[in-house]
Write a protein that binds this ligand. Structure first.
Ligand code: G4P
Length: 216
């Protein structure tokens, strides 16, 4: 667990920069670079989940978006759910996850869009029940990874179909060398990523923050 691994760093004492550094450290120590485009973080985010780390991530997103009057959080199954729920807990708002497969019990009318994953080379219809979003909602979108931006753009589309407002997008790991973040910013959307990876070249994770430090 994070708290044990960090020798008792109290969850409550961790501030903004600290959680970003902690996440970067976690990625460096536990992440595995699969190729120049793909990072495996199964041990704390995509398969086994580190609840302490997720809680800190939720607190940080809640702090970043504190002034946005968020009414609901929207994410996509499955790996977006853990950081989204922790953020919802902190902001005291409900969390909705878009489904990739039709649910047995989801029979009311749906907002639906199509998302193509370049990473997984698959296309999914994703949906949210119309009854959970409306024009009074200010939505925070949360997801684990931002690569080409297709999942986030799909979620933005669902929110807009409901005439709700996207107040911002919170990402745990942004692969900044891929075009997703820029696509979203070009639409005028606020994107806040806790870890920003500049490169996975030569099997090494390099963060944008490290480059910034080199320049100082
Ligand atoms: P995009 O949404 O930004 O365009 O990303 P892309 O289509 O390329 O990725 C779609 C899926 O692949 C997402 O998972 C995303 O989290 C995951 N993904 C993208 N890049 C990486 C990476 O470098 N490492 C890991 N571990 N995952 C990556 P998903 O299909 O929604 O699956 P799930 O894990 O949430 O169930």
């Amino acid at each position: 667990m994070l708290v044990r691994a960090e020798q008792g760093a109290s969850a409550l004492k961790i501030g903004g920069i600290a959680i970003m550094r902690l996440l970067e450290e976690k990625i460096k120590t536990d992440g595995k670079v699969i190729s120049k485009d793909v990072l495996k973080v199964d041990s704390f985010l995509n398969h086994q989940i580190d609840p302490d780390l997720m809680l800190e991530i939720g607190k940080e997103f809640a702090k970043i978006f504190a002034n946005e009057e968020i009414t609901k959080i929207v994410t996509i199954e499955s790996s977006g759910i853990a950081p989204a729920v922790m953020t919802g807990l902190q902001l005291n708002v409900p969390v909705i996850f878009a489904r990739k497969q039709k649910s047995l019990t989801l029979y009311e009318s749906l907002l639906t869009t199509t998302v193509h994953s370049f990473t997984k080379k698959e296309t999914n219809d994703i949906s949210i029940s119309k009854k959970y979003l409306d024009e009074n909602d200010k939505i925070l979108i949360i997801d684990d990874f931002l690569a080409n931006g297709e999942a986030a753009l799909g979620l933005v589309d669902l929110v807009q179909q409901a005439n709700a407002q996207v107040a911002g997008i919170g990402i745990v790991i942004e692969k900044s060398f891929q075009p997703g973040a820029q696509k979203l910013k070009d639409l005028g959307l606020r994107v806040e990523s806790l870890a920003r990876i500049e490169s996975l070249a030569n099997g090494v994770v390099t963060f944008i923050s490290e480059k910034v430090e080199e320049l100082i």
